[in-house]
Design a protein around this ligand. Structure first.
Ligand code: SF4
Length: 325
């Protein structure tokens, strides 16, 4: 079965059951996202609802994905209504929760429920996890080649890390592609001039703006830390699956995220932060905590529809990077 999901979850279980996990966000953004949003709006989705929710709805409606796992705790309250709409349209849905209280036993129970549904033992889950961890170690290397060696671009870093939420549905092929990419990257010329560029962190959900990273690299700057994308890559390499998803900062308190961001600021020598939020998203409120607990300059960006950067946002980015310089 092709199994869609609304944000990162223990894909190990889905792979262990012999199914294909599909991160609905990744499929949406790669397949005519403007059209997908319009289709949802024609079905009655309001203008002022997040475009990712509309995109995921259209993908479920118009593809052969047989089951959608909705993350009902730790991601987005819109998912509840999305699941109601889809179940009313006879789509199969399944809930998964990251416990609000961040209790390890509760998380263990959630993973067990998923295993029971797919008829998979913990041993089978762990076996797949070991294979995925080998790939994740290579993603750590790719990340280091971004921030230590300047060999991987901001966009490449974003794309590889964000794609590791579902390994493009086929982790064997993903690993082969990654191996080829890493071989290729190591033959690239090192550009010492990149060391002088402004070093940025990108924090927040992945951008709906298609040319953000490319534009930043045309300025005197590069992104050396993609916060949430790196979280999706599960770089913790914990032995136990519960420990791994317990360390995942995205579904829990904003303060876990702030700790991770502040560590990266020091480790990666970051000059400034681009904090991105989607229009109509509750995560816009996180900016209040970021301003309070992060001491380097932050530029808050917001976008609504899948599109290229508008002139105003370009100007704001230019001014921010100039100011950092
Ligand atoms: S961007 Fe925000 S509103 Fe949109 S799906 Fe993600 S969490 Fe929900």
């Amino acid at each position: 079965m092709k199994i869609g999901f609304t944000t990162s979850l223990p894909v190990e279980v889905i792979f262990a059951a012999g199914h294909t996990p599909i991160d609905l966000n990744n499929i949406f953004i790669q397949n005519n996202p403007i059209i997908q949003v319009q289709k949802a709006e024609l079905s009655g989705f309001p203008r002022n609802i997040c475009a990712w929710i509309k995109g995921m709805y259209s993908i479920i409606k118009n593809t052969d994905i047989e089951l959608m796992i909705g993350i009902v705790q730790g991601d987005c309250s819109n998912t509840h209504s999305l699941m109601s709409i889809l179940s009313d349209e006879n789509k199969k849905i399944l809930p998964f929760s990251y416990p609000y209280n961040k209790d390890k036993n509760d998380l263990d129970k959630e993973i067990s429920k998923l295993e029971e549904y797919f008829n998979v033992s913990r041993k089978q889950t762990q076996e797949v996890k070991n294979k995925l961890d080998n790939i994740r170690k290579k993603l750590i290397l790719l990340d280091e080649l971004t921030w230590k060696e300047n060999l991987v671009t901001s966009f490449e870093n974003h794309l590889w890390l964000v794609s590791s939420s579902d390994f493009n549905g086929d982790y064997i092929q993903f690993e082969k592609d990654l191996d080829n990419f890493l071989i290729n990257v190591k033959t690239r010329d090192k550009k010492p001039s990149l060391n002088n560029k402004i070093r940025l962190a990108y924090v927040g959900v992945p951008p709906i703006i298609e040319d953000l990273y490319d534009f930043i690299e045309t300025l005197n700057a590069r992104v050396v830390f993609n916060e949430i994308q790196r979280q999706f890559s599960m770089f913790y390499i914990e032995e136990d699956i519960v420990e791994q998803y317990f360390k995942f900062t995205y579904p829990y308190s904003v303060f876990d995220r702030i700790k991770d961001i502040n560590n990266a600021i020091t480790q990666r020598n970051i000059d400034g932060i681009i904090s991105y939020t989607q229009s109509f998203c509750h995560r816009q409120l996180d900016y209040i905590s970021f301003k309070k607990h992060i001491s380097i300059p932050i530029l808050q960006l917001e976008a609504d529809q899948p599109q290229k950067l508008d002139a105003r946002t370009k100007l704001r980015l230019e001014s921010f990077i100039e100011m950092l310089g």
